[in-house]
Design a protein around this ligand. Structure first.
Ligand code: BES
Ligand code: MN
Ligand code: ZN
Length: 497
């Protein structure tokens, strides 16, 4: 799909469809009023007749309206005027895109971004339309033999702008497209099955990305390299698997020698739990245990596409977690790269075992901040469900910046404490630290474990177990938290200028 900004008057728009917003209680958006008055109050009549009520996501297609070059007009319900919220707007734009894709139109102009969505700007509405379109049009195809593309799909969407809005909307289109592309990449990697998306596969994808962008340099560390670095915690997880572990680094350079933002993404390509085997119910979903790494792939490529003036390093520890004769056993003690000994009381708490060594490794980049992104705990789903990503940090300004970026992008986070009071739950009789902290506050103690390895830098942890994919009939990766991370980077650049 291609996106454009247009300033042409509605009457002379040469497009297959014009989409305008209508509201509950019969109110019309500015563009709906223009079309209404071109053709004898047609929209008002249809609303009074009850053909459309204006509820978010309702649509009604009109044909051959007088006074328009466009053969179709799509009315899209956007809720109550001046009370449309972000979720209403997402419903409306999703319905818009799905309807356009099925109605035979290959080009369309959307006037929906002109409406008021809370305190959002028209640029935000534009960008959000593109992100919603990415989700609405996403189709997984890589391992389906008969996945046919849609007949006559929508190919071009233009956004109606006033002359003085063109620059803002064009920027919004660029950001939106880069974010949507990054989310698509994250969805594709997430949805791939574990037998295809292995640590080696992720490493190959990272090498491809390094070749695609001059600004990105990819390095792969093999198990032997990790052994030399003393990453016995990471390697203990991969010992139970026949797929060799990889430590993937993608360095994006957009700003001289500035200290980088380091993004550490959990890349567990399948988590069976190891000897502490998971129940078989929905175990297939543990192919999504690499969604943290997928979001790093998506974010770095979006940033590179936008040529953003910042340095970002993606660090991805990647492994499988399986039961095996050589796998970790409950009670095993390993020594991390940082030198702390760890008693592995539950082999299913493997994410922290691979992340701790990757976090220690991050020190060598002299990071400005380090953010890890991980499907770390089932407990975060109990706490926050699927709406917010869990946020924990050793630095409040960094946490505040992530909360802000979450609100700005509507890819939200919610902070949990990592007070010292929780640390004693990780006491071990046989090592410096245990890898589980009992049944209370499981997401917090997981973060407390990581915090032992992040003392040398400002660090935040994003637990995305509830937000990275959805289960059930619509099972699939969401592409989150790519919007959050790109927004965080964009805000950081704006604050430095
Ligand atoms: N990858 C899982 C976390 C997870 C579980 C994400 C369910 C999404 C849905 C992680 O490796 C894990 O197994 N965590 C354990 C930790 C426990 C053993 C302390 C968990 O959450 O059950
Ligand atoms: Mn696990
Ligand atoms: Zn896991």
């Amino acid at each position: 799909m291609q996106y454009f900004v247009t300033t042409e008057a509605l009457a002379i728009q040469k497009t297959d469809c014009i989409a305008v917003a209508v509201f509950e209680q019969g109110q019309l958006s500015t563009s709906a009023q223009i079309i209404n008055s071109l053709d004898n109050n047609i929209i008002e009549k249809l609303i009074n007749q009850g053909d459309i009520s204006g509820k978010p996501g309702q649509t009604l297609m009109l044909h051959d309206i007088n006074g328009l070059s466009s053969p179709r007009v799509l009315l899209v319900g956007c809720g109550q005027q001046n009370k449309t919220n972000e979720s209403d707007f997402n419903k409306a734009t999703t319905a818009l895109i799905k309807t356009l894709n099925k109605c035979g139109a290959s080009t369309a102009t959307s006037c929906l971004a002109e409406i008021t969505v809370n305190e959002r700007t028209k640029g935000w509405n534009t960008r959000q339309t593109i992100i919603a379109a990415g989700a609405a049009l996403y189709q997984y195809s890589q391992t389906k033999s008969n996945s046919k593309p849609q007949d006559n799909p929508i190919e071009q969407l233009s956004f109606l702008a006033e002359n003085d809005e063109v620059a803002e909307l064009e920027q919004a289109v660029n950001s939106g497209q880069a974010i949507a592309n990054g989310m698509d990449l994250a969805r594709n990697l997430g949805n791939l099955p574990g037998n295809i998306c292995t640590p080696t596969y992720l490493a190959e994808q990272a090498i491809d990305i390094g070749q695609r962008f001059d600004s990105i340099t990819t390095t792969i560390l093999e198990e032997a390299d990790m052994e030399k670095l003393g990453m016995a915690s990471l390697l203990s997880v991969s010992r139970g698997s026949r797929e060799p572990a990889k430590l993937i680094t993608m360095e994006y350079r957009g700003s001289g020698d500035d200290r980088p933002v380091v993004l550490v993404g959990k890349g567990l390509t399948f988590d069976a739990g190891g000897i502490s085997l998971k129940p078989s119910q929905a175990m297939d979903e543990m192919k999504y245990d690499m969604c943290g790494s997928a979001s790093v792939f998506g974010t770095i490529t979006a940033i590179a596409e936008l040529n953003l003036p910042i340095n970002v390093v993606g660090v991805i520890p990647s492994s499988e977690n399986l039961p095996d004769g050589d796998a970790n056993k409950p009670g095993d003690v390993v020594t991390s790269m940082a030198g702390h000994t760890i008693e592995i009381l539950n082999t299913d708490a493997e994410g922290r075992l691979i992340l701790c060594d990757a976090l220690t490794y991050s020190e060598r980049f002299d990071p400005a901040v380090v953010i890890d992104i991980a499907t770390l705990t089932g407990a975060i789903i109990v706490a926050l469900g699927s709406h917010a990503t869990g946020l924990m940090s050793n630095n409040q300004p960094l946490a505040d910046a992530l909360l802000q970026a979450g609100n700005d992008s509507h890819d939200r986070t919610w902070q949990l404490p990592i007070w010292d009071d929780y640390q004693q739950q990780l006491d071990s009789n046989f090592a410096d630290i245990a890898n589980i902290g009992g049944k209370e506050a499981g997401s917090v103690t997981a973060a407390c474990f990581l915090s032992r390895f992040t003392k040398k830098f400002n660090w935040a942890h994003l637990d995305i177990a509830g937000t990275a994919w959805v289960g059930g009939k619509a099972k699939g990766a969401t592409g989150r938290p790519v919007p959050l991370l790109v927004q965080f980077i964009q805000n950081r650049i704006a604050a430095n200028n």
